[in-house]
Design a protein around this ligand. Sequence first.
Ligand code: GUN
Length: 292
Amino acid sequence: MAKLIDGKAFAEGLRVRIGAAVAGLKSAHRLTPGLAVVLVGEDPASKVYVANKAKQTVEVGMNSWEHKLPAETSEADLLALVTKLNNDPSVHGILVQMPVPKHIDSAKVLNTIDPAKDVDGFHVVNVGRLSTGQEALVACTPTGCVMLAKHQLGDLTGLNAVVIGRSNIVGKPVAQLLLAENCTVTIAHSKSKDLPAIVRGADLVIAAVGRPEMVKGDWIKPGACVIDVGINRIERDGKGKLVGDCDFASCEKVAGSITPVPGGVGPMTIACLLYNTVRAACAIKGVTTPEM
Ligand code: GUN
């Protein structure tokens, strides 16, 4: 049976180290990192995410601001708020929760955020920096995936990594991070020909395709490390249940290690957001980023 990779415990440990780093920055540099989160509209899942982000930001000792705007907010008004936050020296990180309502151009909003404050790592400047090997703020979920993979496997050099999914939020940036870790990286997706055969070549599988339980145990190379990014709500036996993109029951029989859903990658995302906010604050202030 595969070893379970406990993302909840790893994220808790990371948050403790972030809290210590924040305390050190306050005493040594009078610097309190601050994160502003913007939510447009009433999407229930987004409301939960934003509330959790604010709670954990405060718990590690950072400043937190929540800007909740009605669904009918104009694009111009949202861009004006982003510009105001760009110009506010107490704000070091800005996150506009996605998705935004359809009448707003999300790319325009993301690219209006000051790249130095882009703790989501979604601005084209940060995406370009990551893909050219320059210092960048990197998207949170991909950062969490690679932290967990390195925690489990150590050095990733030379491993065959297969990323299933090609989204801007996870698939593409996690592939770039794995390339930077010297993996041989394949990006596959729902339209790839003979996906099971591609996945069977992987020492490390990152499943981020957004289809419940799509990856089966007989796709997995014995002993491989499986990082499951999926969070899918399904009905089973008349009850709601959260499942990943991997069929956990069959995959855990073959894999060497695997992240559970929930309790795997999920808790890492907010911890990495806090981590990015500390990094952004230090870079803006010209202070060396503490170990976390
Ligand atoms: N919606 C779902 N995931 C994310 C994320 O990582 N960042 C933002 N801004 N919105 C999201």
